[in-house]
Structure formats: C-alpha cells, structure tokens
Design a protein around this ligand. Sequence first.
Ligand code: SF4
Length: 321
Amino acid sequence: MIALSEKPRIIVSACLLGNLVRFNGQHSRDRFVDSLSEFFELDTTCPEVEAGMGIPREPIRIVQNGTARVVGVQTSKDYTDLLEDFSSRKINAFRRQAIDGFIMKQKSPSCGLFSVKNYLPNGHPQGRRAGIFGEHLMASFQNQPIEEEGRLNDPLLRESFLMRVYAHHRLRSFFRSEPSAGEIVEFHSKEKLLLLAHCQKMYRHLGQMVSNPKGYKPADFKEEYVRCFMEALRSKYSHKSYINVIQHCFGYVKSDVTPDTKRHFMKVLSEYSQQMIPLSSILGVLESLIEQYQVEYLKQQTFFSPYPRELKLRNFTMGAT
Ligand code: SF4
C-alpha cells in the first residue's frame, strides 16, 4: 500500500489547467490533466508569459535556419534569446524544487516535447521536434517522467507516466533522510517485483548495489540507485515480463491452493496472456490468494499497487509487446 505523507508534485503547462495564458488570451484546458489534482499537487508554468511576452501576443513558430530560431508568425521578430534565457533560469529554479514529473502542452513551440512543427525558411513545415523550453526540460531532468498531454490519451503511456511519477515520489520521500543499509534493503525488497517486471538488467544491478552499499559514498549510492530505478521503469511495458512475474507470485501459493483454484487461476492467466482481460483482473485473482494465504512478502510489493487504485490505470487490455 502507498502511504506517503504528501502528494507527488507535477509541473504542468499553465494553459492545460485552464489558465488564460495562450497567445490569444484563451486556455487549452485538458479534462484528464485537470482531474489529476485529486491525486497530485499540480503547479503551473507558462514560459512565454513568464519570459515577458505578454497576453495577448503574436503566435510563434520554430524556423530551422542553420540553428532553430523561434520567430513571430506575423512580424518575424526573433524571440529565441528571450525564451532560451528564461528556460535556463527556470530550469535552475526547478532544480532546487521537489518535482516528480512534468506534463507539457503538445505542439507548442515553447512547451512541446515531440510534436512541435519545424519550419523551413521558405515557410514549409519539415518534421517535428521539441519546443525550446521542452528541450531544456528533457535535457535537464532525466529521472522525472516528462510527457505531453496528448500522449496521455494512450492508456499504456498514461499508466507508465503516472506509475513513474509515484515511483519518483517514493524515492524522493525515502532518500529525504539518510537511510541506513537495513532501511535500504527493506525499501528495495518491496520494489523488487515492479523492477523485475520492467527491466531484468537493472533489477540485477540494483540488487547488487543494495547487497553491497559500502562500495558507494551515500550521495553516490542515492544518485545511482535513483537513476537506475527510474531507468528500469522507463523500459517499455512487456506483456511477457508481467506474465513471468505473475507466475512467480503464484508460485508462493501454488502448493496450498485446491485443484479447482489452480485451474481457475490458470484460466484467468491464459485469458490475460491472450489480451482478453486487463491486468487488473488477473492481479485481482492473485491478490485474493495472497490475502487468503497471508503471503507477507507479496502483500508489501509495490508491483500490486504502484499508485492509488482509484486512478484505475490497469483496467484496460494491454497489447502484447
Ligand atoms: S503552451 Fe506553454 S507557453 Fe503556450 S500558453 Fe501554454 S503554457 Fe504558455
């Protein structure tokens, strides 16, 4: 179970939360992002307004002219230095803050991450890229998840993003005090199956780190542990890995259950394997067995509840990868 003292903190493009900061004085409220305030502390930034471009203002776009320049669509005024300077200052300010993730406005020449149109000097669009501020964010924050709101409509990307926000928050809360070697073992023990489901290589590396923490200075241990932990969870979802972890968990109760229960579990697992039912269904069956047989090690695994259940992020059928 997640029992953290405060909500994870996400920085969001201000227009997505209904702030009237767009070039035309409007907003781009996103219903899903808005709904996250129940579970997360949402703080906003609007690079263009905070850089001093005002409301209303002329729209801008990125033109590739040797280097990428941000220019006004109407006047061709060059805003690149203004936005670059602001981005550097804002990133430095963010570095001093507790932040677990970022949600940025897609297609924005300032905030966008992957979907911003790149224009040629002749006015024709060619390819997509990051916006000026988005580029700074992605280069500066490797551990915290960063996404565009449009991509969060994809259930897999949504689950992955919010799972990583919560993971970063657990890590941040845990390393706030200097944990002892024993506390690190205890923390890591609860995360093992989640890590195993995402990346075997990092699972092994982190296990070795935890069994030999004396090989690191405390600050280096924390940095490496957090980096590798978050890298593991960035790995693309693998249906096969999840099935392996589920089978591994069933191994804890296999010899205790009745033949009927075993048959039922194998049927549900087969349906999950064939993508006929969502992850939440097979985990529900498994968790009831874990509860029935009081398997303490499994009851504590974040694999079963990496975020509040109310978010309902595992209630869809995932595609095999
Ligand atoms: S996309 Fe970014 S820069 Fe543009 S209005 Fe929204 S928050 Fe401001």
